[in-house]
Design a binder for this molecule. Structure first.
Ligand SMILES: [Zn+2]
Length: 313
C-alpha cells in the first residue's frame, strides 16, 4: 500500500518485485484519517481476494513515521493520522503481518532491491515530487537513524539566511529550491518581477505556473523555463554531493515526477554534484534515474515486507 497525499495505491507484488495487480483511488483526505483508514482496509480486502496466498502487507506512508513505536507522527495534508498504529491496525484486521515505513524510505529500498540499485550495497535515494523525500540504504537495508529521521535531504539547508521559505518553516531548504512546488513558485516570482518577457510562461495564469508547466515549457525550448529548471537542479546536486561526501554511497538514485522525463533538471544536478563532491565520490558515484517509475511507491512498500520476511527472490 502506498499512502500518498492525493492517491491511495494498492498492488499485489511477488518476491521479485513484479506487480501482478495494481489499482488506486483518490485519498479522501478532506474526510480525515478515519476515512483513509477505512479505504485502506477495503483495499487490503480486495487484494486478498485477488491473492489469497498473500503473506504480508507492506505500507509506505506519505509522512513521518516513528519506527521505534510504529506510530505515524503526522500527515502534512490530512488531519487525524497523529499516533495511528497503521501497521498494527491493518495487520489485526487482516490477520497478516504488516510493516510500515515512510514512502521515501520505501521507495529507496524498492530501488535498491528491484530497481536502479539492484546489486549495489549502498545508495542515496531522493524523490523529487511536489516535495522532496529521501532515503539512505546501507548494507542493503534502510538506515533510519537515531530518531527515524535519516534521509530527509529535502530539509538540508542549501542557502543559509536567505532563500524561499520551506514547508518546514526554515529558509533555504533544498525542498524550497528544487521541488515541483518550488519550480512553480520560482516561475511565479519571475512573473512578478517581470523576468518572463519572451517566455511562453508569460501568458500563463499565475495559478497555472506549476512545476509541470515549467518542465513542459523547458522541454519545448523555452529559455526562461530552462533556467528555472537548471537552477533547481543545481541546488539538488549541491545537497546530493554534501550527503554523498558524508556517506560515500555506491550510487545516487533520483526518482519522482519532477526528475523523470526531465533531462535538463537531472543533468544540472549531475554537474553541480560533480563540482561539489570530493574527487573519489565525483569519480565513482554515479547519479542515475530511478527505474520503478509510478510503481515505486507500492513496489517499495512491498520491498519492506519482503525484506522483513526474508522473502526477496
Ligand atoms: Zn525544510
Amino acid at each position: 500500500l502506498d499512502v500518498g497525499n492525493t492517491r491511495l495505491t494498492a498492488a499485489v507484488v511477488n518476491g521479485r518485485g513484479e506487480t501482478l495487480a495494481h489499482w488506486e483511488q483518490a485519498n479522501p483526505r478532506a474526510e480525515g484519517a478515519a476515512a483513509g483508514l477505512a479505504a485502506l482496509q477495503a483495499m487490503v480486502a480486495r487484494a486478498r481476494e485477488q491473492a489469497p496466498e498473500a503473506a504480508a502487507i507492506g505500507i509506505g506512508f506519505g509522512g513521518p513515521v516513528d519506527l521505534s513505536t510504529g506510530l505515524i507522527r503526522r500527515s502534512h495534508h490530512t488531519s487525524g493520522w497523529e499516533g495511528v498504529a497503521l501497521a498494527e491496525v491493518l495487520g489485526a484486521a487482516s490477520g497478516l503481518p504488516a510493516y510500515l515505513d515512510n514512502d521515501a524510505n520505501a521507495g529507496g529500498l524498492g530501488e535498491a532491491l528491484f530497481g536502479a540499485g539492484r546489486g549495489v550495497d549502498s545508495l542515496l535515494y531522493v524523490n523529487v515530487g511536489t516535495g522532496i523525500g529521501g532515503a539512505v540504504i546501507i548494507g542493503g537495508h534502510i538506515h533510519h537513524g537515531a530518531h527515524s529521521n535519516a534521509g530527509e535531504i529535502g530539509h538540508v539547508v542549501v542557502t543559509l539566511d536567505f532563500g524561499p521559505v520551506c514547508t518546514c518553516g526554515k529558509l533555504g531548504c533544498l525542498e524550497a529550491w528544487a521541488s515541483g512546488d518550488a519550480l512553480g513558485a520560482a516561475a511565479r516570482q519571475a512573473a512578478d518581477e517581470g523576468r518572463l518577457a519572451g517566455s511562453s510562461l508569460a501568458a500563463t495564469a499565475a495559478e497555472d505556473l506549476t512545476g509541470r508547466s515549467v518542465a513542459t515549457a523547458a522541454s519545448a525550448g523555452d529559455a526562461a523555463a530552462l533556467a528555472i529548471l537548471q537552477t533547481a537542479g543545481r541546488y539538488l546536486g549541491v545537497a546530493l554531493a554534501a550527503a554523498a561526501n558524508v556517506l560515500d554511497p555506491a550510487l545516487v538514485v533520483v526518482g519522482g515526477g519532477v526528475s523523470e522525463g526531465n533531462p535538463p533538471y537531472l543533468e544540472a544536478a549531475r554537474q553541480s554534484f560533480a563540482a561539489c563532491a570530493t574527487p573519489p565520490v565525483a569519480a565513482g558515484t554515479a547519479v542515475v534515474p530511478a527505474l520503478l517509475g509510478y510503481q515505486a511507491g507500492v513496489v517499495g512498500a512491498a520491498a519492506i515486507a519482503l525484506q522483513a520476511l526474508n522473502a526477496v527472490e
